[in-house]
Write a protein of this length. Sequence first.
Lengths: 334, 393
Amino acid sequence: MQAALKEDGLRMWRHCLLSGLVAWLATAAPASAFIAYVSNEKSNTVSVIDTNNWTVTKTIKVGQRPRGIEFTRDGKFVFVAVGDDDSIQVIDVAKQEVVDTLPSGPDPELFALDADGKILYVANENDNTVTIIDVEKRSRLGEIQVGVEPEGMAISPDGKILINTSETTNMAHFIDTTTRQIVANILVDARPRFAEFKRDNSEVWVSSEIGGTVSVIDPAKREVTKKITFEIPGLRSEAIQPVGIGMTKDGKTAFVALGPANRIAVVDATTHKVTKYLLVGQRVWHMAFTPDEKYLLVTNGVSNDVSVIDVAAQKVIKTIQVGELPWGITIAQP
Amino acid sequence: MIRWLVAVIGLSIAATSVRAADAPEIGIGYLGRAGVKAKLSLVELPAENDGFAGARLAIEDNNTTGKFLNQRFTLEEVRLKDNEDAAKAAAMLAERTSFIIADLSADDLLKAADAVRDRGTLLLNAGAIDDRLREQDCRANVIHIAPTRSMLADALAQYLVWKQWKRWLFVVGSHDQDKLYADALRRAATRFGAKIVQERTFEDTGGARRTDSGVTLVQRQMPVFTQQAPAYDVLVAADESEVFASYLPYRTWDPRPVAGSAGLVATSWHAAQDQWGAIQIQNRFVKLNSRHMTALDMQAWTAARMIGEATSRTKSGEPKAVSDFLKGPDFSVAAFKGRRLTLRDWNLQLRQPILLVDGRMVVSVSPQEGFLHQVSELDTLGVDRPETKCKLH
């Protein structure tokens, strides 16, 4: 650990030298210095972005086809699912390199960590299963049989319910995290990719890539209460394919990535109405907020970059080149 | 007497976990042709279960979903031999199933459709690419999953025009279906601005597709056959009968690419297709069937998945409800083509992107960028609503 700290210090020192005086002066209040990790599906790397100056500070080699990516609760490690290697790799944030591997089951794509960061739930696309992993012991605790091609994963704010979406079955499966049994199956539109809870547990949103909608589900009644649709002048409806969803902590504003429509929809999360479309890069996929919620970073697969959105102004302010086919993104909580 | 090759697949794995809840059973029939199609390339010889294997995978997928909805799917296969009566076979199958996936010739498909019309049986055409089945000979109880010749030809032509290979040397086989594909390609050339600089016919004079010294002869024959052509960019061959087109690549007198029935080929599916999550269905298919997935497999998979999609949306296995949903405005299906597939309501043809493959890789996917349409870009492929001769009912 000491070695790691030393290296971290060294890196910081080098970083200071590199970014130079100008950068330091320009950001007189360095309050928003966060680190984002981006998985690059095609180049088998993870790009590290410093949000202080919006530059890539490091590119880490990982296994094959990295997609789902998440910080651990303590912020010391990053988990990245490397589907073609049938495992989840562990990146040490201090060392900025892969230090360990978790047994994930075949072809992991997305996963969710429980509130304590001790249990990891992994969607195994090839096996119609969700694998449960004890993070500390690096061991498998069990499996849950779900629909065809499980993908999206989300845990309710109270930790009681795990949502898994299955892409060809077209369902959001509600799984009781205590009994590890499915307690409800909600049919949504075609190819559900991602699920996101409101912090107050009043709603869970599920995006349907091919169906072109976001289903708003009442977790108490366990039924779809609303479907959000998207219309962009000049674009055929088939080109609008919702994937990633980000919601502000107050539950008032949501951002939905529309894939090949190259836009992020800004949605009033109370009325469920789309208020604005922001033009970003090509095939926009997933997203992450900075912890202060000043910025939203979104990955653009085909244009190989990350767009930075000023959340308050609802404007794209910056584009950062990363590796090939950027897919997932995670930002450490302070 | 009709000789049956019947295989009832109980699909034990998925089914056992369901049976406890005494799930209503939704039966799907598969009516195919016996015998293997002639191919020039050994690696393209279809497996005996070509098509059926795709339907079988879809039944497994449907049953995984059905587990959560208390629905159970079964699949029954009937293979028709030469000269066996398609009408009779369809009628017998319709006694047990309300949905029949068909891989039949155009004439047999029409006989089968008319034989089961009054029962309310729905046919899903997975095999026949004839345009007339969607035009003057269309039927209200037949949904077409297979693309048409005109869709395939348009998909190819759009790419060739995008590539600026607009001058075509056109070689047509001497069989009827070769001529049908040639008609579709001529139409496509006119629609998208390609020019046929010369047309030649390759007469099928009989003879074996396989001989021990075949290559030597072919190597002398093909350059001579393609000699003295006007300036051209690409040789386009219409040879559905598999008589000569596969001999053309690398053997033309002028060094030119080949497309159509060999070289760059338009198809609904290929084992190399791995975009848009397709790797997942390719893996599932290989695991279940120990071979690669063909276009016919995919068309049958899509047909059976459409039934599964309709039963899960309507929460019913009732034939009329399923049929109405499929033909209605709310239907769409995801089939690893990067966008939702819907039905053309004027002739019940499934809209779909078409792959262009070279035998090992997917080269491109049509419709190509820039070919625009007021309703759906997918309708730039094939016969569109204003041109249709189909009158349903």
